[in-house]
Design a protein around this ligand. Sequence first.
Ligand code: NAP
Length: 322
Amino acid sequence: MNNKVKWGIIGPGHIARKFAADLLLSENGTLHAVASRDADKAKSFADQYKASTFYSDYESLAMDSDVDVVYVATPHAFHFEHTMLCLKNGKSVLCEKPMGMTPLEVQTMIAEAQKRKLFLMEGLWTRFIPATEKVLDLLADNAIGTIINIKADFGFNPPFDRNHRLFNKALGGGSLMDIGIYPLYLALLVSGKPDSIKATAKLTVTGVDSSCRMDLTYKNECRANLLSTLEEETPTEAIITGTNGYIKLHTRFHHSKIITIEMNRQKKEIVLDYNNFGYLFEIEEVNGCLMEGKTESVKLPLHDSLALSHMLDMVRKNIGLY
Ligand SMILES: NC(=O)c1ccc[n+]([C@@H]2O[C@H](COP(=O)([O-])OP(=O)(O)OC[C@H]3O[C@@H](n4cnc5c(N)ncnc54)[C@H](OP(=O)(O)O)[C@@H]3O)[C@@H](O)[C@H]2O)c1
């Protein structure tokens, strides 16, 4: 692939707008096509974000032979269907989080991509944010010693709307699948898959979790105390504590621009600023992988997405959410 990577976007909603704005800044990628179920919406999105073409159905985009990779940005419950549509039409995929609603869906998506030798990655942009990269470097250097605790919360207070994807069960609603995935991913990234998870939740009248507390334990005695909530604005910070100190990812921790590290009672603040919505880093990771002919990212491998899906499943079983 010599020229710029040509992207397609399926589901031009809230997040796709930010993604497309960042794609305009990309050195190695360009927006080729967008598909909405509404032709006018597709056209206006294409005009605003300089796509060469647009479609009024998702299948036509999946069949466009000029598209190299599709960003699937529909609500959670459709990630499986739309990713499979793209893969079966020979397209690589960056699928928004969570990659599927169940481990079986994720496993099936991975198997399809592998069978067809296509690139597949979950849109966990957190992994590529400079602050996350810095934290991983510090941990690899054993900067704070052995990790003993991870504390992370993610909370905001949207108005209740039974039809919105956050509260609508058919669209995969609830705090866990939408934002609880970020603290869980941080724990996975830092300490791996836990040995057990205990979780409690409050459910809405629509049958999804409005808040979810998760306690993870590891054989090496590391623990993680995590929270997601749609009931209150919480600090949305993360603190990783080790035997020699701690690292704090400042709010919002999943795309932080500031970290603090404290060791031997000495505090140091590190600013890792960036001038985009934060999606440019994952976009360039995908571009790079495609240009090198890779079918998955070393930084965000498919087995991490599967492990994360199992963790979400463990939580759901605990809180009785199916
Ligand atoms: N990475 C992040 O920071 C981040 C942030 C927010 C959300 N997300 C993820 O991105 C995904 C989309 O979130 P969003 O907030 O952008 O959602 P949204 O705006 O509510 O919906 C995205 C688009 O999905 C399409 N869609 C297809 N079938 C639909 C259906 N039955 N009901 C509603 N919409 C449908 C719609 O596009 P058309 O009608 O135009 O076809 C809609 O504009 C979610 O899975 C979420 O987890 C990620």
